[in-house]
Design a binder for this molecule. Structure first.
Ligand code: NAD
Length: 555
């Protein structure tokens, strides 16, 4: 029993290795009933565990039995988070071996529900909570984090959690979940990850009135006070964790664009809602074009929602078109937006600055269906957070103009999706190329089974993160996201396309992340964005950096 352990660690070479109860309470090292008899002797564990020794495989099947018996997804989430706090190797083994079943639990859609109820299901803290009250003391607060070699930080201020709006400090579920995906999908070592919530208050009154709400019960900080807190935070992180990549996540768009512009050339950072979304969506479009047979620069795209996701996607599409030789103005002209006030066009005087680059000349159009009729796009991309806005009329209109209308309903969680997979297939007579943000099950349509693509950012950010961390890149650039999109699209097989899939199966995510990390690393070396020199065998080097959740044997 326990005989599957192959990696040996000599205890005499490690300093202050924990033993006894302390070891069992260390989630990075704990193996629970997986400790062998010899280890139990060596590590002062005798009596602290039941006598039977289980292999990790046996532990996995026990956990899966528990998991599948849980009555609902929130209970499954709680089980998984508790496991993560107890035994990280086992948690990651379980997630990696059952990714399609686990991803909707540890990430969207269930993580959204968990965030809404965070104070009520709270068991123990994970990550760091930095609040407005810590101003002036963030550097000393960071000293409390027990690991010094942090390489990836995901930080949120909770203002726009998925499509669920302002959830304040409850947003912590998102950095925790995202970092689990960095490890599961790309093998970033969990000891090198750090989830952070910046609690700057919340404008969600229901939360502020909830006695069990975990955050500051005050309105959101705005203006200079907010910017000063962010600046202090960023500088403190750079000082304490100089090799860390900071991923900004689920900030409201009033801050997200500004912060990206402020920090992208100063530190190693990106915004997944803007840049990661852009990359995964571009990859889906490139795959869809293999079905429709068109060129990217010849497409007309209409977005519903002109926020972080929409503008981010359009900016990367413009960059991709420019790489194909189209000039910028012409490329922008191919991307159109409808926001909550109608078509974004140059006559409007109410446009936020991030929309101006896509305000083309056109008469006003009040609603989305009318915009579809007026512009006759090849693809519609829903990033509005507004459910059921791709109506039957919209999908039918798209199917009149296009043999294979491209319909991407990306709003999360599932309840916010602009239409369901089944609706898109049924209303288009089985011709739509469909992708969504949250997963939908395959749909039986007439004789076929159509498999909707999930435009899940997890195809992109873990691999980008791995490439950046492995090369110690100084910055994250759009060119890296373009390279990631092309790499991902290149991994979609003809078989996938036949089933209607515009992404490879999630089960191949480790290979996807590995390939993306290599592509990103090539950009890093080509642009001189690191002091490190390029390893001769880059694929092998990247692979060597990927964490595996096996148990070592201590001798
Ligand atoms: P955001 O708040 O920055 O933008 C939302 C936009 O929708 C705004 O421009 C707003 O004006 C517009 N909008 C609101 N109501 C509308 C209406 N009735 N009609 C038209 N437009 C309307 O948010 P975001 O970061 O851009 O995210 C938007 C949605 O996209 C969310 O649901 C999010 O979960 C989803 N998203 C999905 C993915 C993915 O699938 N990979 C990635 C990122 C974001």
């Amino acid at each position: 029993m326990g005989q599957h352990k192959t990696r040996h660690i000599k205890l005499e070479r490690t300093v202050n290795f924990p033993t006894g109860v302390e070891l069992l309470h260390n989630p990075l090292l704990n193996q629970g009933t997986g400790f062998t008899k010899g280890e139990r002797e060596l590590l002062k564990l005798r009596g602290l565990l039941p006598p039977s020794v289980l292999t990790q495989e046996q532990q996995v099947s026990r956990l899966m039995e528990n998991f599948r018996q849980k009555p609902n997804d929130l209970e499954k989430y709680i089980l998984m988070i508790s496991l993560e706090s107890r035994n990280e190797s086992l948690f990651y083994r379980l997630v990696m071996e059952n990714l399609e079943e686990m991803m909707p639990i540890i990430y969207t859609p269930t993580v959204g529900l968990a965030c809404q109820k965070y104070g009520h299901i709270f068991r123990e803290p994970r990550g760091l909570f930095i609040s407005a009250e810590d101003k002036g003391e963030i550097a000393s607060l960071l000293e409390n984090w027990p690991h010094t070699d942090v390489r990836v930080i995901v930080v949120t201020d909770g203002e726009r959690i998925l499509g669920l709006g302002d959830l304040g400090a409850n947003g912590m579920g998102i950095p925790v979940g995202k970092l689990s995906l960095y490890t599961a999908c790309a093998g970033i070592n969990p000891s090198q990850t750090l989830p952070i919530t910046l609690d700057v208050g919340t404008n969600n009154e229901t939360l502020r009135n909830d006695p069990l709400y975990i955050g500051l019960k005050q309105p959101r900080l705005r203006g200079a006070a907010y910017d000063e807190l962010i600046e202090e935070f960023v500088m403190a992180v750079v000082e304490r964790f100089p090799h860390a990549l900071i991923q900004f996540e689920d900030f409201g768009n009033v801050n997200a664009f500004r912060l990206l512009a402020e920090y992208r050339d100063r530190i190693c950072t990106f915004n997944d809602d803007i840049q990661g979304t852009a990359s995964v969506t571009l990859a889906g479009l490139l795959s869809a074009l293999r079905i429709t047979g068109g060129q990217l620069q010849d497409q007309r795209l209409l977005f519903l929602g002109a926020g972080e996701a929409g503008i981010g996607i359009a900016d990367l599409i413009v960059a991709a078109m420019m790489e194909n030789g189209v000039d910028e103005a012409e490329a922008r002209q191919r991307c159109w937006f409808v926001d909550s006030r109608g078509l974004v066009e140059s006559g409007r005087t109410d446009l936020a600055v991030h929309k101006l680059g896509y305000a083309h000349e056109h008469e006003p159009v009040a609603d989305f269906l009318a915009a579809v009729e007026a512009l006759r796009p090849n693809a519609i991309i829903g990033v509005s957070g507004q459910p059921q806005t791709f109506t039957q009329e919209v999908v039918e209109a798209m199917s009149r103009f296009n043999e294979h209308p491209i319909i991407f309903a990306l709003s999360n969680p599932t309840s916010k999706s602009e239409c369901t997979a089944e609706q898109a297939y049924t209303w288009s007579g089985g011709r739509a190329i469909f992708a969504s943000g949250s997963p939908f099950a395959p749909v039986a349509y007439q004789e076929q089974t159509l498999v909707p693509g999930q435009g899940n950012n997890s195809y992109i950010f873990p691999g980008v993160g791995l490439g950046v961390v492995a090369t110690e890149a100084r910055h994250v650039t759009d060119e890296m996201f373009l390279a990631a999109a092309k790499t991902l699209a290149g991994l979609v097989s003809e078989d996938d396309l036949v089933q209607g899939r515009v992404y490879p199966p999630l089960t191949s995510i480790r290979q996807v992340s590995h390939a993306i990390a290599i592509a990103v690393a090539e950009v890093v070396f080509a642009r001189g964005l690191t002091a490190k020199s390029r390893p001769e065998n880059l694929p092998a080097y990247i692979e060597s950096q990927m964490y595996q959740p096996d148990y070592p044997i201590y001798v």
